[in-house]
Design a binder for this molecule. Structure first.
Ligand code: NAD
Length: 404
């Protein structure tokens, strides 16, 4: 079993040679989260029985601002996975220069087995567990895999009942009616397409935009919106998939027709090996490993999921001169608009969608260019450049606070 946190630490190790001696202590501290919250929470099921679920919230680092990160409902959630995801959140917020640290949460549950009432009760129980440790200036949760605006609405209700006042800035990814931001739902996918366009502009050897073939693994919030905007921009999306399988048509798919359902004609493993220009893993961690990295035929791996490429696969892809554009940059559009949502909540003043998306675009383009400069200057991979930039920013903040 590949440990996501071991992978995250291998990525951290690769940064050390590029930072000065004064960063060594900070690098050591960054191997440990600041707080691990772990608890069995229980609910009454619809048939009156008590059932308990393992739940986590891990607050990795808050040197640059309040902890920030999503909550995942998935049967494979583990302390190791949440720890890795919380570390990557700290890195991601630093990559795009927004004033947050990193955190993540999760419940070990298969949400498809829950009724709506059970899901609500489980969410209330989770809110009860984390309420003492969160808040607009402490830790700001958001949606992740299998959680959405409805879950955020329930969390907000439970939290506000507990503290006794309105506190919308405690959660992001809320429905618009409860203080959500315009543009948040599509922000991650749109931010990814913005970075992809910028990357293709900068790289003369890359395939040209129009007609460029993409395969997208994962067709949830991130995968769907990414594919939707990519198609709108003139890319040819030839394959998408969900946990059950994928659909491939070398002439291109009509993305919006597939939202409700599609008939699979390929497996997820086959999708990874399709003859496309750009492969977009947008599902879960460890999709591209040392076992299948040799089969990737794309010229670019554009990570939209968190942690989809293991360090061993990264090495294989680098040797094969396949550029990997890393998650901590490409999917940071979501947390960027979450930051806008938080800022709007704190001000009680709301922006129009155009303003939100223009501001997001600017941040994503700047982050890409900061990383691109480093890639060219030091002749390193995009991931290494992103990590150098981010880890330096985090440790600088730790040093300023006197933690190092
Ligand atoms: P989601 O629950 O909306 O969708 C997940 C998708 O992946 C679904 O289509 C599911 O069927 C598919 N999937 C699950 N297991 C799979 C497998 N083994 N093979 C292929 N497909 C599989 O989740 P999401 O919000 O789209 O998140 C996807 C990824 O993006 C996660 O890694 C998440 O951490 C990351 N991410 C999400 C956001 C966000 O704003 N939602 C932001 C940044 C990063």
């Amino acid at each position: 079993m590949v440990s996501a946190f071991d992978n995250a630490m291998k990525q951290l190790d690769q940064v050390a040679p590029f930072l000065g001696k004064e960063y060594i202590r900070g690098l050591k501290l960054l191997r440990f989260p600041q707080k691990i919250l772990s608890k069995k929470i229980s609910i009454k099921t619809d048939n009156g029985k008590n059932k308990s679920f393992q739940a986590y919230r891990i607050q990795f680092n808050d040197a640059r601002g309040p902890y920030k990160g999503g909550i995942r409902y998935h049967i494979n959630v583990s302390e190791d996975e949440v720890k890795a995801l919380s570390f990557w959140m700290a890195v991601k917020c630093a990559v795009v220069g927004i004033p947050y640290g990193g955190a993540k949460g999760g419940i070990v549950v298969d949400p498809s087995t829950l009724s709506r009432g059970e899901s609500q009760r489980l969410t209330f129980a989770y809110a009860d567990f984390i309420a003492p440790y969160i808040g607009p200036w402490i830790d700001v949760p958001a949606p992740d895999v299998n959680t959405d605006g409805q879950i955020m609405a329930w969390l907000l209700e439970a939290y506000e009942k507990k503290v006794g006042y309105q506190a919308p800035a405690t959660f992001t990814g809320k429905p618009i009616e409860l203080g959500g931001s315009q543009g948040r739902t599509e922000a991650t996918g749109l931010g990814g397409v913005t970075v992809l366009k910028e990357f293709l502009k900068k790289c003369p050897t890359s395939p040209r935009l129009r007609g460029t073939k993409l395969a997208v693994q994962g067709f949830g919030n991130v995968g769907y919106w990414f594919a939707h905007f990519a198609q709108k921009e003139g890319f040819k999306v030839v394959a998408v998939s969900n946990s059950k399988g994928g659909i491939y048509n070398s002439k291109g798919l009509d993305i919006d027709k597939l939202i409700d359902s599609f008939k699979s004609n390929i497996t997820n493993e086959e999708l990874l090996a399709l003859p496309v220009d750009i492969l977009v893993p947008a599902a879960l961690e460890n999709a591209i490993t040392k076992e299948n990295a040799d089969r990737v035929r794309a010229k670019v791996v554009f990570e939209m999921a968190n942690g989809p490429t293991t360090p061993e696969a990264d090495e294989i892809l680098a040797k094969r001169k396949i550029d990997v554009i890393p998650d901590v940059l490409t999917n940071a559009g979501g947390v960027t608009v979450s930051y806008f949502e938080w800022a709007q909540n704190l001000n009680g003043y709301y922006w129009e969608k155009e303003e939100v998306l223009n501001k997001e675009r600017k941040i994503m383009i700047k982050a890409f260019n900061d990383i691109y400069q480093l890639v060219k200057e030091k002749k390193i991979t995009y991931r290494k450049a992103a990590f150098i930039l981010a880890i330096k920013r985090i440790i600088d903040a730790m040093m300023l606070r006197g933690r190092v």
